[in-house]
Design a binder for this molecule. Structure first.
Ligand code: HEC
Ligand code: HEC
Ligand code: HEC
Ligand code: HEC
Length: 486
């Protein structure tokens, strides 16, 4: 850590301690210095119940409703990931899976229960497990229903129960004990997975808790094949390769094989989900003890009182957010310099990401051609393996929401592995296709055409239908589940 950063940290802590010791109303309470009793039940799950006691926190939390500001790669405006300037070939890459029909950028916590009801990936068959990271009712539902909560029907049973209980989206009780307001962990899958990597979260430091509360949800997960229990694939570590090795082991043991068979290449594909925690653990900030809350819930002053922002926004939203989230430590850079630096990291990252995705698209179509040209089965299998691996290593990076910022080097490394694997599939295919007399120039032309057809289709929900045509027919017939069901 450089001396300036160290000094600012010291200065920040000193000022913070002084401010906190000077005030004693609820909004300003510091839990490590004094125990409080809110008078609320420890089972309270409604955000509104906290409004009177903590008006400033409630108001700050409600600012998550603002979904009008965009940053270059993030922000809160509801946007499809299929747009031209995002990841336009996802309807090809997830073909035969719900994520090819609708896949959106995330927005504020207050929308969690609204957005899950609207998304096309939720169907009549979706399991209760889908609610796990959205609603404050989840811990209580698990307490009453046991492990059956996860596999119970989402639309018919679990959601109506949660609504009846008066649930809130991602709320106070998810991160705080409602009675004492101490930070707490409410999601068992996180506790279990941390135990597997040797961490007892009940003994976590306050600083670790400032990340752990987020890591209950902002992580890669899968639904166990039998019980649909939400499970985190961490027992080999947090790196992209560690999680891939975990899934390969599950597959060998016959426990869990894939999320879906790809309709173009027939490869058994894994779908990755938002691994903000795992990814940032490898980055320079986590290694220096900087928590998620330092950047996404920074201390700020409201009506002369110091408090943690509860508007969990992108730190790049505006000058004030960069000031609060970054300049506390990076006081040697001005707001513009900080923003430019982040965008420089993100631009490089997104260029690498788009490159890896393009190679992955090409690999799927090359394998399609192997299948329709009837090359030997074992060669197809080998190429499908490389396609599966190539896709995992870009997806686990693309599904992460910081566009590379949380861990620039880890992200680029994953994209390097991805490109390498997809290229391996293309090479394998080329050797076999040439033997069969396939015109490789024609194949490449057809790939360009089909990619253009997907990009040009204006109806977002129809894009995936343009990924298949008479030259590249569907090679998998079964209908696949619409929700992640690893
Ligand atoms: C050093 C500061 C820092 C830390 C620590 C940090 N983040 Fe971020 N985070 C950022 C920045 C900068 C972005 C990029 C925002 C953008 O592109 O608009 C970001 C993006 C995100 C996004 C997407 C936001 C959007 O608007 O698209 C999420 C979600 C997120 N971070 C969650 C987390 C979680 C969870 C942790 C802890 C495990 C964490 N972050 C740790 C700075 C940080
Ligand atoms: C109970 C699950 C849960 C917890 C705990 C949680 N999040 Fe989230 N977070 C979500 C979900 C779900 C969304 C997306 C909501 C939507 O798009 O409807 C989200 C969205 C976000 C976003 C995007 C906001 C935007 O405007 O685009 C950020 C940033 C974020 N979370 C950061 C954090 C941080 C930091 C923590 C810990 C202090 C945290 N989250 C804890 C579930 C959670
Ligand atoms: C996503 C997790 C999360 C949610 C949701 C959340 N908080 Fe917090 N809250 C935190 C974190 C992290 C801190 C900082 C704690 C610390 O460092 O001791 C905090 C701090 C506080 C504090 C202490 C003073 C301060 O500002 O640091 C109060 C009071 C508080 N929250 C109230 C609320 C209320 C009321 C709600 C619901 C409207 C809520 N919180 C929702 C994570 C959350
Ligand atoms: C609590 C302190 C703290 C906060 C808050 C913080 N940083 Fe940092 N940041 C650090 C430390 C420590 C390093 C490592 C510096 C070193 O080793 O010299 C670092 C390094 C960096 C680097 C260089 C790393 C790289 O990969 O090139 C960038 C860029 C950066 N921070 C941007 C940000 C941004 C943007 C924010 C706000 C969203 C932010 N930081 C918030 C402490 C912080």
């Amino acid at each position: 850590m450089n001396t300036r950063v160290k000094f600012s940290l010291f200065a920040m802590l000193t000022v913070f301690t002084l401010v906190l010791s000077a005030c004693n109303n609820n909004d300003d309470e510091n839990f490590s210095s004094k125990k409080i009793d809110t008078g609320l039940s420890v089972d309270e799950i409604s955000n509104e119940a906290f409004k009177e006691k903590f008006p400033l926190h409630y108001e700050s939390y409600m600012k998550n409703n603002d979904d009008t500001t965009e940053t270059k790669y993030g922000g809160s405006v509801p946007t499809s990931k299929f747009h031209e300037n995002k990841e336009p070939y996802l309807p090809i890459l997830f073909n035969n899976f719900g994520f090819a029909q609708e896949y959106n950028e995330e927005r504020g916590h207050t929308y969690a229960n609204i957005d899950i009801k609207k998304i096309a990936r939720i169907t009549e068959k979706s399991p209760g497990a889908c609610l796990t990271c959205k609603s404050t009712a989840v811990p209580k539902l698990i307490e009453t229903m046991g492990v059956k909560y996860y596999s119970a029907n989402f639309l018919k049973e679990v959601l109506p129960k949660a609504e009846e209980m008066g649930h809130s989206p991602v709320g106070c009780s998810d991160c705080h004990n409602p009675k004492t307001m101490e930070l707490r962990i409410t999601r068992e899958p996180f506790v279990k997975a941390m135990k597997e990597v040797g961490v007892d979260v009940s003994k976590a430091s306050k600083n670790d808790m400032r990340s752990y509360v987020c890591a209950q949800c902002h992580v890669e997960y899968y639904f166990k094949s039998d019980t649909k229990e939400v499970t985190f694939p961490w027992d080999k570590g947090f790196k992209q390769q560690d999680m891939y090795d975990y899934y390969e082991e599950q597959r060998k043991n016959g426990k869990f094989v894939k999320d879906f068979d790809h309709s173009i290449s027939g490869a058994p594909i894994l779908k990755a989900q938002h691994p903000e925690f795992e990814n940032s653990q490898q980055g320079i900030h986590a290694k220096n003890g900087v928590s998620c809350s330092d950047c996404h819930m920074p201390y700020k002053r409201v009506d002369g009182k110091k408090m943690s922002s509860h508007n969990t926004f992108s730190p790049l939203l505006n000058e004030n957010t960069i000031e609060d989230a970054c300049r506390t430590c990076h006081s040697d850079q001005n707001v513009k310099e900080i923003k430019d630096h982040v965008y420089e990291i993100q631009d490089t990252h997104m260029e690498g990401l788009h490159f890896a995705q393009d190679v992955s698209v090409k690999a799927h179509y090359y394998v399609n051609k192997m299948i329709t040209s009837k090359v030997p089965e074992d060669r197809i299998k080998e190429a499908q393996e490389a396609v599966r691996k190539g896709q995992w290593f870009w997806d686990i990076v693309a599904a992460e929401n910081s566009a590379g910022f949380h861990n620039p080097q880890g992200g680029m490394n994953s994209l390097r592995i991805s490109t390498n694997e997809s290229n391996k599939a293309i090479q394998l295919a080329t050797v076999e296709l040439v033997k069969k007399g396939v015109d490789i120039n024609e194949l490449n032309d057809e790939i360009r055409k089909v990619m253009k057809a997907v990009a040009d289709e204006k109806d977002l929900k129809k894009k995936h239908t343009k990924a298949i045509n008479s030259y590249f027919p569907k090679v998998v017939q079964e209908v696949q589940p619409a929700q992640p069901a690893k």
